[in-house]
Design a protein around this ligand. Structure first.
Ligand code: ADP
Ligand code: ASP
Ligand code: MG
Length: 413
């Protein structure tokens, strides 16, 4: 039994790729760890690979057919984190701290068997807590775990966020600090919208929509996990170290916020099937082979037609899935009974998010007229309780984000 003083907190510090992108940055990160330790807290570190490394590993693996080599793919792309955690450990030693670099299998962080997008099933907290209670610092490789067959699995791009929140939940950390290259969560991507405003807090629910609509600052699953286990998450800059944005439970004040943020995703491809014979079962004929192939379909629109016999179907998939989707449609052409297929690979999805949309009307029209006044054409629209998404040509992302940002007065508190 180790004595824990009441003021002593358990903090998870997660460092993203740019925060550990060079040796100097790694040394800087060690000073952030040191600061937390010196203020009397216990720390567990979770790190990403150095920036650019995972992309390099992915392109190496892509010399071969990934669908036939998923085990090897995860074995390759997980190595970036192995390098960064060992470097952090070396750098900590230089300033007199003892780090213990740990790979997923050593802890173990157990993941499901889905290579490239495994879910975290379980984390054994004992090793991590033992290290911390000895006054040492576990430095945990993000993004990776081990499956029931002892293979390395990875958690999807951006997965270190999920590793960090999962570790925080497992060791019941008082806080999970996600250090990145912006100083918090903004009303829109601050790299595109100059007037984007930093939020002091955002509800789990809004952040969940925000993340799943493309705001890659947090991986969607990390937000889900934080919400489920009520982990106190802060997103902050590793450069300034200033107070960032906290994820919180929804409160009254937030409900008034009509639109709280704008997200975008460039990862959109559009498929339109023209002149399908309209009869019961058409939709399932289109979508069941896609779901069997594990292809995720996002926006779906079915349109009527003049003679009442033929309809069109438009839907979107992730760009990387477009080719496979087309060939699946061609294979099923006779069954689906469509005439031809049209595709578009240069589209973007722009979405406005806000809890206030539940109770306010007119938000959608305000969005459409804002885009119209910029002469931006909308291809597809989809809505849910707290968001409205439109599909537009990729080249208009910047124009659309900035126009919507000012239409909904997001730069003003
Ligand atoms: P890390 O390498 O630290 O994991 P990421 O690149 O995954 O960092 O995420 C940080 C990036 O997220 C920022 O550089 C920013 O461009 C982008 N981003 C998109 N939307 C937002 C937003 N609403 N608020 C803050 N950052 C955002
Ligand atoms: N290194 C992994 C990636 O680039 C995981 C992460 O950074 O969160 O996706
Ligand atoms: Mg990230």
């Amino acid at each position: 039994y180790t004595l824990r003083f009441s003021f002593m907190q358990k903090i998870v510090q997660k460092f993203g790729g740019t925060s550990v992108g060079t040796i100097d940055k790694i040394k800087h990160v060690c000073s952030l760890i040191n600061k937390e330790i010196k203020s009397g807290n216990q720390v567990a570190v979770v790190s990403s690979a150095m920036s650019g490394e995972t992309n390099k590993l992915v392109s190496l693996a892509e010399n071969f057919d990934i669908n036939k080599n998923k085990l090897e793919f995860d074995m390759i792309v997980s190595t970036g984190e192995q390098v960064s955690i060992a470097l952090i450990s070396m750098a900590l030693k230089e300033i007199g701290l003892k780090g213990v670099p740990l790979l997923g299998w050593q802890i173990p962080i157990t993941g499901s068997n889905d290579f490239t997008k495994a879910k975290i099933d379980n984390i054994d907290d004992s090793l991590v807590l033992d290290v911390m209670n000895k006054g040492e610092i576990p430095i945990i490789a993000g993004f990776q775990g081990v499956n029931s067959k002892n293979n390395i699995v990875t958690f999807g791009r951006g997965g270190s966020d999920t590793s960090a929140v999962a570790i925080a939940a497992a060791i019941r950390a008082d806080r999970c600090d996600i250090y990145t290259d912006v100083d918090g969560i903004y009303t829109s991507d601050p790299r595109i919208v100059e007037k984007a405003r930093k939020l002091n807090k955002i509800s789990y629910e809004e952040m969940l929509e925000f993340a799943s609509l493309g705001a890659k600052v947090l991986q969607t699953r990390s937000v889900e996990m934080a919400m489920r286990h009520e982990v106190l998450v802060q997103v902050l800059s590793s450069q300034t170290g200033e107070k960032g944005t906290f994820l919180t439970k929804e409160d009254k004040k937030m409900e008034n916020e009509l639109v709280s943020g704008i997200a975008y995703s460039k990862d959109e491809a559009n498929i339109t099937l023209i002149n399908i014979l309209d009869k019961p079962g058409v939709a399932t004929k289109i979508f069941s082979p896609l779901s069997e192939a594990n292809i995720n379909v996002d926006m779906i629109v079915q349109t009527g037609s003049e003679n009442g016999k033929n309809i069109n179907f438009t839907y979107t998939v992730s760009r990387k899935d477009l080719e496979q989707t087309i060939s699946i449609m061609e294979e099923n052409k006779l069954g689906i009974e469509f005439e031809r297929i049209i595709t578009n690979n240069s589209l973007a999805k722009v979405s406005i998010v806000g809890l206030g949309m539940r109770t306010h009307t007119g938000v959608a029209n305000k969005m459409f007229s804002s885009l119209a006044s910029e002469s931006i054409n909308i291809h597809v629209i989809s809505t849910s309780e707290i968001k409205i998404s439109v599909l537009i040509d990729e080249e208009y992302i910047e124009k659309a984000l900035n126009a919507l940002h000012s239409t909904f007065k997001l730069d003003k508190k």
